[in-house]
Design a protein around this ligand. Structure first.
Ligand code: AVI
Length: 322
């Protein structure tokens, strides 16, 4: 790990090398069903496209969660306590945390993200806009082990995991990930987490098939990224975005579908596709409040509070490590 002090904030780099992307894409395309892990969506271009998804009219989670954070920030402050350290895994543009900082007044803010350049500029923006705040950014794969030994001993860690990103884990992996958050937070530590609810399938269908084609571009960027970084020769025009709600599994599934018979080369490895063959790129699980609470309890959390919007689209949970 490298550590650097950059104008006003600390930056540590533990990001995965492109060797990991190469290994995981070759492994993922070598077995059926073919997969590419969704963490590789978020290079610079993918992070930019994701921000644009969040602004699409069909993608309700972002604006719904923002209004819940705005409405309940005083209740959140009471639960977080007066000496908290906010840790945000997968912090992205660090926008939502701004809704909390002035009210919670944490001792330290620790954004963690896999996309280093994006993290650097987002952390620098926070450090500039909140000069009283100690910011320590860590570039890391949040699904790997993370050590935050620099957090002051007296501060109560509160993990902030907005955006319903917990839905991108399979339920067993979600429990494992939540257990890691519980371990970082320690006994008495908190978790403020956004969870997308089960709902009318048409609303979900539209949220992942926006009319502007931004989700499609985000999905296809995985192939562009492989071409840019791994000397792959995906013909991106010969794949199509596909997203659909699988009600038996309670999740949106995203795939890239080959539109013709073709062979793709990645640095000497050949992969044959027929028309209609899929690469499964993402699951986005939707949970009732009861289903999510059960997962969180298995990971060692006790539920404290749940806030939801009047249409019942999205929930914000505050939990504490038991
Ligand atoms: C980051 N994550 C919560 C998004 C989701 O809704 O599952 C990623 C996404 N994929 C397509 N649209 C948004």
């Amino acid at each position: 790990m490298t550590k650097t002090a950059i104008a006003g904030y600390m930056f540590s780099n533990e990001s995965p090398e492109s060797a990991d992307f190469y290994r995981e894409i070759v492994d993922g395309l070598s077995t059926l069903p073919r997969t590419i892990p969704p963490k590789y969506f978020y290079d610079e271009e993918g992070s930019r496209l994701f921000e644009s998804i969040c602004e699409q009219p069909e993608y309700y989670p972002t604006r719904t969660e923002i209004s819940l954070l705005e409405k309940h920030v005083d209740d959140i402050r009471v639960l977080a306590g007066s000496d908290c350290c906010l840790v945000e895994p997968g912090s992205g543009s660090c926008e939502k945390v701004r809704l909390l900082l002035d009210t919670l007044r944490p001792t330290v803010y620790v954004p963690l993200d896999i996309s280093c350049e994006h993290l650097k500029s987002a952390a620098a923006g926070i450090a500039a806009d909140y000069p009283w705040l100690d910011v320590h950014a860590v570039c890391t794969d949040i699904t790997s082990e993370v050590s935050l030994s620099f957090i002051p001993a007296q501060a109560t860690p509160v993990m902030f995991y907005p955006g319903s990103s917990i839905g991108n884990f399979d339920p067993e992996d979600a429990v494992e990930f939540l257990a890691c958050l519980a371990q970082i937070a320690g006994r008495g530590g908190g978790l403020l987490i956004g969870v997308d609810r089960k709902k009318d399938h048409e609303i979900l269908q539209q949220a992942y098939n926006d009319a502007g084609g931004v989700t499609a571009a985000f999905n296809l960027n995985l192939l562009e990224r492989a071409n840019r970084e791994l000397d792959a020769d995906f013909n991106v025009d010969a794949f199509e975005h596909f997203a659909s709600y699988n009600s038996a599994a309670g999740r949106i599934e995203m795939h890239l579908i080959s539109t013709r018979k073709q062979t793709v080369n990645i640095d000497g490895h050949c992969f044959d596709f027929n028309a209609g063959d899929s690469i499964h790129t993402e699951n986005s699980y939707k949970y009732t409040d009861e289903e999510f609470t059960t997962l969180a309890e298995q990971a060692g959390f006790t539920p404290c509070e749940i806030w939801s919007d009047s249409d019942g689209l999205f929930s914000l949970h505050f939990l504490r490590v038991s």
